[in-house]
Design a protein around this ligand. Structure first.
Ligand code: 13P
Length: 251
């Protein structure tokens, strides 16, 4: 049985005060935790403040990106140890905005994934097709390619420690949510891809979140699908009431 997991990706939003206030509101609403794991992913500069605000609660904290090297002359980058040092336990990898705006490749994601697992952090690895790829009937091929490249040289045991997020790029921030059937189809395919590349029991254990215009009014139906194990929420994670409503729909 996979425990649902809802994470908020705050992207490049909020001030420090807004971040800690939102985190505190989520902590109060979630309490000691229900049937759902919860995490918030603020910008790196607010990780420490948000980790302090959520300390001792069931709300986890994650970074939105990391660099694969341990330390050194990499101006502007942040290492896994730094992220751990300020209290985060999750890292989002390969978000479509990093892939499509900042030019991250599957190879980059793979290097980061190895670094994150070596550091004992939990990765949330994102995959998802562009609208033109869906329209060309290439969705599953694209997902398979992204999965295979991002998880190169990863063991089944390591895969078991990962979370995957399926985020169709055309549904991100557009209000155009994938139908539960469209999302479920990709999630089920991802599970088959994992079974083929690894084994069935590991594939069954990995949580796959859906992301892309998840809102309180569509969360229950999406999360009710057999292979959808949670959500990676953007816009609706910036307000405590909508984020908490999504958590309640999951758990
Ligand atoms: P929205 O929920 O704003 O569509 O963003 C989804 C997302 O990209 C989460 O990582």
């Amino acid at each position: 049985m996979r425990r649902p997991f809802v994470a908020g990706n705050w992207k490049m939003n909020l001030t420090r005060d807004e971040s800690t206030a939102l985190a505190s509101e989520i902590v109060s609403a979630v309490g000691s935790g229900g049937n759902c794991d919860v995490a918030v992913c603020p910008p790196n500069v607010y990780l420490h403040a948000v980790a302090e605000a959520t300390k001792g609660s069931s709300v986890g904290v994650g970074a939105q990106n990391v660099y694969h090297e341990v330390s050194g002359a990499f101006t502007g980058e942040t290492s896994t140890e730094m992220i751990k040092d300020v209290g985060a336990t999750y890292v989002i990898l390969g978000h479509s905005e990093r892939r499509n705006i900042l030019g991250e490749s599957n190879e980059d994601v793979n290097k980061k994934l190895h670094a994150v697992l070596a550091a004992g952090l939990t990765p949330i690895v994102c995959v998802g097709e562009l609208l033109e790829e869906r329209e060309a009937g290439r969705t599953i091929d694209v997902i398979k390619e992204q999965f295979t490249g991002s998880f190169a040289n990863i063991s089944a045991e390591q895969l078991g420690k990962c979370v995957i997020a399926y985020e169709p790029v055309w549904a991100i921030g557009t209000g155009k949510v994938a139908t539960p059937e469209q999302a479920e189809e990709v999630h089920a395919n991802l599970r088959s891809i994992m079974t083929e590349a690894f084994d069935a029991s590991t594939a069954e254990s990995v949580r796959i979140q859906y992301g892309g215009s998840v809102k309180p009014d569509n969360a229950a139906e999406l999360l009710g699908q057999p292979n959808i194990d949670g959500a990676l929420v953007g816009g609706a994670a910036l307000k405590a009431d909508s984020f908490v409503a999504i958590i309640k729909a999951a758990g």
